[in-house]
Design a protein around this ligand. Structure first.
Ligand code: PEP
Ligand code: MG
Length: 889
């Protein structure tokens, strides 16, 4: 067995690694190597492998072999750059982290390693630019003291050395009236450096290392240690990245964007990450070093565009080179890239490239554009889009009418598209606490840092005072599809984090605001939101038309109103998989009639009230069936327990008693009688129709009557009547008999025949075991996975909120089974039901209509076990169309 390589060198002349080696080199290292292979200008350097990180974290020592190899590689670097590390023509190094999975901003970086009291003098001689050298040296001190001494070596926990240094800098700037770091003179930097060095010694009890080798070792170790930093760990746990992988370290010769005129640094995307537009999109700062752009300490300028300050205008040659590199990278990586670059005396250098994070809409536009540019094939485009990105692309917007009279609090930069409403909170902790309770919150911060991610996760929207489109808040928000506005400069948050001034307006914690992350505006109060019809977004339409060609599963919708049906059709639904009829009773006029029916003492009275409800129901079904002409509509008979309709006060009981000509006391007795101890397992589903056959009769008459009427009008209604919560064949046959007899009566009356189906929901385990017998008499099964999960786990679906958080924390559950089908239990029952059902009826139609019908993972499972369709809420239909195609791909 050969000895494993510890270090991989990269330069335009000699490169050991490649893009496929991200396991060993981390994402950054692998892509740097690949850029070198492509002939993209990259400052030379070497990558220390991720395996070395694992070994260092175990032994807390770099080991003599690795130290020897580092020295050897520095030697190669010195020959190549004609500089020497610690020598008279000093080579300076950057030391950066880079794990296999992208963890933006979660780990550490140290720049300008190698500057000491000796080499600063040498570099001043060579560069003839003392301001640049002092600026670089103070950056090294700031970063090293923070990353290596305070955090890495833990020399002074909680010292906050970086903040203290920033404070000193701020004081100098105020005293001298400087508006930006780039105004600070060489003399000022020199004076600050003196203060910084003293501060380091005072804070940590040891001097700042004045030896280049010691600096390099410290920086490498600190980067390794940052793998186990608090925020990195937190990020990994959210993103489900394994803790065992480790980070690589990239040691690279420095190029300088802070050498004065003709220099600068920036970050850019090879396409617009919000809209997907095919243009170079980014921000840069003249006379600056890498961190300045993302740190938000100076307001960055645009890369593209003809306006003053853009890179295109100020450094046209470098811009042209960047454009050329953009094309080269995209042609090679076949995806949108997120790059970091530096221009040193007019020459462009690429420091990093990685697949760029993007909004859902951008992901779809980029993938479909890349198909037409022949960069990728259609199946690759389909694979590339996460189903949730489709959802995000049809995200909420503010209702146009709401903008009339809305109070605009101000405008920032549109960093994460879509609108969000929520109650304002000013700390990540508050956001998490309230978000976990299902409350809508907008997290408002001066700027977000990776420490805030736990709160950002739970916020509906994020608003920050500082930062640009590539700031931490923006990157994270886009990655998670959250509405986000950054660079909202009118904002002043109170010290106690309880209120803030939005310009002149005071907003307190708990006040509602509305964000529009698509244009950066922020409004007072809660505005009504809506979602964009899919037809208006051509790339999505195109992508889903490709998905439709691949997928085997049909996608239906859960809809109870004609309006929902229209929406679902626009989204591409192929029918209604679940129409919950009880929702039709919840309007003011009908609910009264319905309550009278429930509370009627005698069957005769009940029939009278049902007669009153019949025309409403028939009209509802008529409209829905007409809207969904020619495609199947599955209507479910009444399902919820009666008490759900009886959440009424004394006053209403009095009014009901009066109109029913009963005593209030008697009525209260009956309300009492209808209460159940365990209603979810009580008289609901088909048990209602069995107790009160007249309800099933009325509903069957309304459904079939509407269909027969449409048939007369030469329409093509395709009715499927579904019996809920069936466990045994006897229950099913009881209800089916009623439906069939209603049909026969109506058919005779209308002198019209109709093809219709009668089937059942499968939502209790017993039904899965009785599936063969039931299927002999049923035309279809539709899995009600909400109840099937409830009855399989014995978890009350309405009460899991009280104990699920603890279950996740203690790792008793690794995912929410109400969100994704638990394959081992609920899934196994489904498989049983499918097998038995098909044995009983080979032409049995099979679908799912629980919430899982819109969940990509569950859709993959449904495809695997041979269901024919999934049914989900209208807005999940596009998601399901893509997920169903991916299940096949
Ligand atoms: C189900 O149980 O999965 C279902 C679709 O019915 P409901 O959610 O209405 O109980
Ligand atoms: Mg159910």
């Amino acid at each position: 067995m050969g000895v494993k390589k510890k270090i991989y060198f990269f330069s335009e002349q000699k490169t050991d690694g490649s893009k496929s080696m991200s396991d060993v080199l981390g994402g950054k290292g692998a892509n740097i190597a690949e850029m070198c292979r492509l002939g993209v200008p990259v400052p030379p350097g070497f990558t220390i492998s991720t395996e070395e990180c694992q070994s260092f974290l175990k032994k807390q020592d770099l080991g003599s072999n690795l130290k020897r190899d580092i020295k050897k590689n520095i030697g190669v670097l010195e020959t190549l750059t004609k500089k020497s590390f610690g020598g008279n023509n000093p080579l300076l190094l950057s030391v950066r982290s880079g794990a296999k999975a992208s963890m933006p901003g979660m780990m550490e970086t140290v720049l300008n390693v190698g500057l000491t009291s000796k080499t600063t003098k040498d570099l001043i001689k060579i560069s003839k630019n003392d301001r640049f050298v002092y600026d670089s040296y103070r950056r090294l001190i700031m970063m090293y003291a923070d990353v290596v001494m305070e955090k890495g070596l833990g020399l002074g926990e909680g010292v906050g050395i970086r903040e203290k240094m920033e404070f000193l800098l701020q004081k100098t700037k105020e005293r001298k009236n400087y508006s930006s770091d780039s105004d600070v003179s060489a003399e000022d930097w020199k004076a600050l450096i003196k203060k910084y060095l003293a501060l380091v010694e005072k804070s940590f009890g040891v001097p700042f290392p004045d030896d280049h080798n010691e600096q390099l070792r410290g920086a490498i170790e600190a980067v390794f240690l940052s793998w186990n930093g608090k925020r990195a760990k937190e990020y990994r746990s959210f993103e489900k990245i394994s803790d065992n992988v480790g980070t690589a370290v990239n040691v690279q010769s420095m190029v300088f964007g802070n050498l004065g005129k003709g220099c600068g640094t920036g970050v850019a995307f090879t396409r617009n990450p919000s809209s997907g537009e095919n243009i170079l999109f980014g921000e840069w700062l003249p006379n600056a070093q890498g961190e300045d752009v993302v740190a938000g300490t100076r307001t960055p300028q645009k890369v593209s565009g003809r306006e003053k300050n853009s890179l295109e205008k100020e450094m046209p040659k470098a811009y042209k080179a960047l454009e050329k590199t953009r094309k080269k990278l995209e042609t090679h990586f076949k995806d949108m890239q997120d790059i970091e670059f530096t221009v040193e005396n007019g020459k462009l250098w690429l420091l990093q490239t990685r697949t760029g994070k993007r909004s859902g809409a951008a992901a779809i536009k980029i993938a479909t554009d890349m198909v037409s540019e022949r960069l990728i094939k259609k199946d690759e485009a389909l694979r590339r889009i996460k189903p949730e990105q489709v959802y995000e692309s049809i995200l909420k917007n503010i209702q146009e009418k709401e903008l009339d009279g809305a109070v605009l609090l101000g405008k920032g930069l549109p960093a994460g598209p879509g609108a969000a409403v929520g109650q304002v909170v000013f700390t990540a902790e508050k956001a998490e606490a309230l978000g976990k309770k299902g409350r809508d919150v907008v997290l408002v911060r001066r700027e977000t840092s990776p420490e805030d991610i736990h709160g950002m996760r739970y916020a509906s929207g994020i608003l920050t005072e500082r930062g640009g489109l590539t700031s931490h808040a923006a990157l994270v928000a886009r990655g998670w599809g959250k509405s986000c506005v950054v660079g909202f400069y009118g904002l002043k948050i109170a010290e106690n984090n309880r209120s803030a001034l939005f310009g002149k307006k005071k907003i307190k914690e708990g006040d509602w605001i509305t964000l529009n992350g698509s244009d950066g505006s922020v409004f007072e109060k809660k505005l009504e939101l809506f979602q964009q019809p899919i037809k208006d977004f051509e790339p999505l339409d195109l992508l889903l038309s490709w998905a439709d060609r691949y997928r085997k599963l049909e996608v239906r919708t859960n809809a109870d109103t004609p309006e929902d049906c229209v929406k679902a059709l626009q989204f591409g639904a192929q029918g209604v998989g679940l129409c919950r009829t009880e929702h039709m009773f919840f309007n003011e006029k009908r609910i009264l009639q319905f309550r009278k029916m429930i509370l009627a003492g005698k069957r005769g009275d009940r029939l009278k009230h049902l007669d009153g409800l019949l025309p409403y129901q028939r009209k509802d079904f008529y409209k829905i069936l007409k809207t969904m002409d020619g495609v199947p509509v599955t209507v479910r008979l009444l399902d919820p327990p009666f008490h759900e309709f009886l959440d009424i006060g004394e006053k209403e009981v009095g009014a009901l008693a009066k109109s029913l000509k009963e005593s209030k006391k008697e009525l209260l007795r009956r309300v009492e009688q209808l209460q159940e101890i365990n209603p979810m397992l009580g008289r609901r589903g088909c048990r209602l129709g069995i107790s009160y056959p007249e309800i099933t009769e009325m509903q069957a008459e309304a459904i079939l009557g509407a269909a027969l009427q449409l048939k007369k009008e030469k329409k093509k209604p395709r009715v499927e009547i579904m019996v809920p919560l069936v466990g045994s064949i006897e229950e099913f046959l009881n209800q089916k008999k009623i439906i069939v007899s209603v049909y026969e009566r109506l058919s005779k009356k209308h002198k019209q025949k109709l093809v219709y189906k009668v089937g059942t929901m499968i939502e209790v385990p017993k039904a899965c075991f009785s599936a063969k017998t039931i299927a002999k008499h049923a035309d279809f099964f539709s899995f009600g996975t909400n109840d099937l999960t409830q009855t399989t786990f014995g978890f009350s679906r309405d009460d899991v909120g009280s104990f699920f958080p603890g279950y996740f924390e203690k790792e008793i559950l690794s995912f929410d089974p109400f969100e994704s089908i638990d394959k081992k239990s609920v899934g196994a029952l489904m498989e049983t039901a499918v097998k038995k059902g098909k044995a009983g009826n080979p032409v049995l139609s099979l679908g799912v209509c629980g919430e899982h019908g819109g969940d990509p993972k569950s859709i993959t499972f449904c495809n695997k076990i041979g269901l024919h369709y999934v049914s989900c809420s209208p807005f999940r239909v596009p998601v399901a169309r893509l997920a169903a195609a991916q299940a096949v791909l």
